[in-house]
Design a protein around this ligand. Structure first.
Ligand code: ADP
Ligand code: ZN
Length: 428
């Protein structure tokens, strides 16, 4: 049932002790990098001065800009000990680069294997990894974890829809790793080929890398006949395997033996109470080559201290609500793209994809929402489509408190790349 029972079910008090020990080790280690040597000295923080986990608050935060500026100044060891680099996908600007020692790669693979095992993946499963291989951590990160667990691993990579389906069929894939928006997009190709994904051998899908809603998960589960597990990670914290859903599917366990979690109010930077949305801040507890202290992820979620029925003691976080920096301000109203998705995915007439465009007309913000409508509904008459458009507009207005201009478009007509979906184009 557990990949590493003693760690996964470690009593909370013991886990905290382990974290404090590892925090001290990490601060000591980080101090060997030019960047943190200076940072920590300025802040007057040394490993020995940390007496409790709360003392982590004395360490300055690290931001994406810090990583960009510091580059290899963040390394704690000579380059001869570094065996790999990855870069974030650069969703919000210039990519940041992360360096790994051999030991870092092994520790990361172990966390991914632990996450996969938790959901019921076992040796003998055929794992099709449909994430981009290369600089993006989603591909190789899962690949190493799946091999360590003992899956037959298909390094399918991203895109090439037809080939993906052929691979699933030919090798009887049982487990998929797929970007959620791509999972829905791929359904059109299944339909074209006359293949029902539910007739394949699939039983589990890992979906992550981009924010998505419960409605989206349910759609994927239904269409593919799988259980879909939310998978969270970021390259700054290795990549996938930071937080992962267990079979309870009620929040994601953060692997607290490897990552120290804080959730803070992004304005005041004070810790938020359980259940309140805040910014996730992580500190590496086991990384050797490039440990990062108090990394501000910009990702928004809440935390849950309640014990989980699965027996794991590691705290859970909610679904990611979006990034602090992808909040839109339209006509003075704060909007998160995920709110739009929640409304759209709850409407059975809406197909896989949507696109939000923001423009300024006569000094006013205008939000255009292009929505793909399912084939069977598109065949209805004009009056029907007009009433549908009105319903979509009203549902969005109820959620967002502003009135968007809704345009219904045919299925599979909105642009779709291979990686993370681009849902918002701000032309203002
Ligand atoms: P980038 O920041 O350039 O996208 P990464 O490839 O490191 O680079 O992506 C990590 C980010 O992806 C996270 O910080 C988060 O915003 C998003 N992400 C990853 N997994 C999930 C998930 N399960 N749900 C929501 N967002 C996620
Ligand atoms: Zn659990």
């Amino acid at each position: 049932m557990y990949w590493n029972a003693s760690i996964e079910t470690m009593p909370a008090g013991k886990l905290k002790e382990l974290q404090l020990q590892r925090l001290k080790d990490t601060v000591r280690r980080a101090g060997q990098s030019p960047f943190y040597r200076q940072r920590l000295a300025q802040a007057g923080v040394s490993a020995d001065s940390l007496r409790s986990l709360e003392d982590v608050g004395r360490i300055p935060f690290t931001t994406k800009d810090d990583l960009r500026a510091a580059g290899r100044e963040m390394l704690t060891c000579p380059l001869t000990e570094i065996v790999r680099l990855h870069a974030s996908s650069g969703t919000t600007g210039q990519a940041t680069v992360i360096y790994y020692t051999r030991q870092d790669i092994a520790a990361w693979a172990d966390l991914v294997a632990r996450s996969m095992y938790m959901t019921g993946v076992r040796p003998g499963d055929v794992f099709q990894n449909m994430m981009g291989y290369g600089l993006f951590t989603g591909g190789l990160g899962f690949h190493y974890g799946a091999e360590l667990l003992g899956c037959l691993t298909i390094p399918a990579g991203a895109g090439n829809s037809l080939r993906q389906i052929q691979l699933m069929q030919q090798f009887d894939a049982t487990v998929l790793h797929i970007i959620p928006s791509y999972a829905l997009y791929l359904l059109a190709t299944f339909t074209q080929r006359g293949v029902d994904p539910r007739d394949l051998n699939l039983r589990i899908a890992f979906i992550g890398a981009e924010p998505h809603t419960e409605e989206m998960r349910r759609r994927i589960e239904e269409a593919y006949g799988v259980k879909a597990y939310n998978s969270y990670g970021l390259s700054e914290m290795n990549g996938p395997g930071v937080a992962f859903e267990c079979p309870e599917q009620s929040g994601m366990h953060v692997w607290e033996d490897a990552y120290l979690l804080e959730v803070v109010n992004p304005r005041t930077l004070e810790p938020t109470p359980p259940g309140e949305i805040g910014e996730l801040v992580f500190t590496n507890l086991t990384r050797q080559g490039m440990p990062i202290l108090r990394y501000r992820t910009r990702d928004l979620a809440s935390w849950d201290p309640e014990p989980c029925p699965c027996g794991r003691t590691h705290r859970r976080i909610s679904r990611i609500q979006g990034r602090d920096d992808d909040m839109l301000i339209v006509k003075g109203v704060n909007i998160f793209p995920i709110q739009i998705e929640r409304v759209l995915m709850a409407m059975p007439e809406v197909d896989a994809n949507y696109l939000v465009e923001l423009t300024r007309e006569n000094f006013n913000d205008v939000m255009h929402v292009k929505v793909e409508v399912r084939e069977e509904f598109f065949q209805e008459d004009l009056r029907y489509l007009q009433s549908l458009q009105k319903r979509v507009t009203e549902a969005l207005r109820n959620e967002l408190l502003i009135t968007p201009k809704v345009e219904l478009v045919e299925p599979s007509t909105l642009p779709r790349g291979e990686g993370k979906a681009v849902r918002v184009v701000d032309k203002r």
